[in-house]
Design a protein around this ligand. Structure first.
Ligand code: BES
Ligand code: MN
Ligand code: MN
Length: 458
């Protein structure tokens, strides 16, 4: 059977495929930091030449930010669009890396071989599973089994500022029957997953200012209100003692989980104790009347991601600072509207500012949650393909993270997305020592070959 030939080809090419991924991982394409602009460009060039080497017509397409890579292959059958992102998160804190983040290597660990390096899992390793599956398919058959558009972005980790305008300007070119997005994870190391819901995201980065300058806390302390005292009280007030978020109207557009999905999730037997235990924690911190999977996948959150102000250097300085700042983000679900939540947050904050205090916001757009409908037969086909590859059957799952492009595909191109990825919970994405299991890379590539086979059978 020819699928077996493709799978064998993937097996025998694994070392070379891994070397190619290491090449891509050596390019420090950190999209958020202007110092790496040329490297982002280089990563785009690298992908263009990889696709071209496969006989795919591919181009680097400029945007006001980092370039997109777009490639097309003509063919019969369904038209698939494959999306991944070639940009990566910053590496800091650098001192916590055991090996240099952009000098990737294969490492033996007690749990098996891993590819260590920034972007190995999020998202270069995942993106390359699809490219390598295509390479093997072409090597065996001389061409791909259906019409495919390749779409790689270089700004995903920095809020995708160029994405919506690019999609709008190129809507006709980017339209396809369904988008395949490889930027999520397995449910467990032996259970593959198709993600059917993503949380949205809203960030607020702001500074409150009280006194017009830093003050001596002996001379002014007691009479002058300290902005850090104000800020911490505001932040502490965002949750109540049951773990619920206190902003008025916050839960208005949060739906209850459908019974069918609740039953599906119960069947997954999620082991929250080991999930938390792996990161040194014991008990769930979300709304106390919710299950652990609901807390991660279907309930909204509010987190303080950073907080600063006053003197933080060595020793001690008795300062009463003029300013205090924080970065706060909300994961959104259901129909929660980022703009409405932003308004509610700002009114709460401003209502709690003492007289004379001011606030300045440095914030960009938010993205709503997305919910995939699995009515398209492509979902069951992909589930079968994944179940054939992995030790246990594939599950439909939620994802606590955010991938705003899934919503834009629907909104701008009218296209559904199927989110399939092979990351593991312990990949340390966005953190020091990011890794991707060699097994994820290998079986991920094999999975795409099987999915291509199923989807193109018609
Ligand atoms: N690949 C992640 C999304 C993700 C996170 C999938 C966790 C599975 C598990 C994506 O690259 C990401 O980091 N998204 C950001 C939002 C983006 C707008 C910066 C996120 O979720 O914080
Ligand atoms: Mn990602
Ligand atoms: Mn990411």
């Amino acid at each position: 059977m020819s699928l077996d030939t493709v799978l064998s080809r993937i097996d025998s090419d694994l070392d070379a495929a891994t070397e190619r991924l290491l090449d891509l991982l050596r390019i420090p394409s950190v999209s958020t930091d202007p110092a790496y602009k040329e490297d982002c460009d280089k990563a785009a060039d690298w992908l263009v030449s990889e696709l071209q080497a496969l006989g795919i017509s591919a181009e680097k397409r400029p945007t006001p930010g980092h370039p997109m890579v777009v490639g097309h292959v003509d063919g019969d059958g369904p038209h698939l669009l494959f999306y991944g992102h070639y940009d990566v998160q910053p590496v800091d804190p650098l001192e916590l890396w055991d090996t240099p983040p952009f000098e990737p290597a294969i490492e033996d660990t007690p749990k098996g071989k891993v590819i260590r390096g920034r972007g190995s899992s999020d998202d270069k390793g995942q993106l390359m599973t699809f490219v390598e599956a295509c390479r093997a398919w072409i090597a065996v058959h001389g061409k791909l089994p259906c019409k495919i558009t390749f779409f790689f972005e270089g700004e995903e980790e920095s809020g995708s500022p160029s994405l919506v305008p690019f999609m709008e300007e190129n809507a006709k070119e980017l339209g396809a029957d369904i988008a395949l997005i490889c930027d999520t994870g397995l449910f467990e190391s032996s259970v593959p997953a198709i993600t059917t819901q993503l949380r949205g995201l809203l960030g607020e980065d702001f500074t409150i200012t009280g006194p017009s300058r830093d003050l001596h806390s002996g001379m002014y302390g007691g009479i002058a209100m300290n902005p850090i005292r104000v800020l911490t009280k505001i932040l502490a007030g965002l949750h109540d003692e049951t773990g619920a978020i206190t902003l008025p109207g916050f839960y208005d557009d949060v739906p209850e989980l459908a019974d069918e999905i609740r039953a599906q999730w119960q069947g997954l037997n999620f082991d929250h104790e080991s999930f938390l235990g792996d990161v040194g924690l014991k008990s769930p911190a979300g709304e106390q009347d919710r299950t652990p999977l609901e807390m991660i996948w279907s309930r909204p959150t509010c987190d303080v991601n950073g907080i600063w102000g006053g003197y933080t250097g060595d020793g001690f300085k008795t300062v009463l600072p003029s300013e205090a700042s924080a970065k706060v983000s909300f994961r959104l679900v259901g129909q929660q509207d980022p703009d409405k939540i932003r308004k509610a947050f700002r009114s709460y904050l401003e209502d709690n500012l003492p007289e004379g205090f001011t606030v300045e916001y440095r914030t960009d757009k938010g993205a709503p949650a997305s919910q995939m409908s699995i009515d398209d037969p492509a979902f069951e086909k992909a589930r079968k393909a994944l179940s054939d590859e992995w030790p246990r059957p594939a599950a439909y799952v939620g994802c606590g993270g955010s991938i705003p492009i899934a919503g834009y595909f629907k909104e701008i191109l009218g296209m559904d997305s199927m989110l399939i990825g092979f990351g593991r919970d312990d990949d340390q994405i966005h953190s020091p020592n990011e890794k991707y299991d060699l097994e994820s890379f290998h079986k991920g590539t094999r999975s795409w070959a099987r999915i291509l086979d199923e989807l193109s059978k018609g």
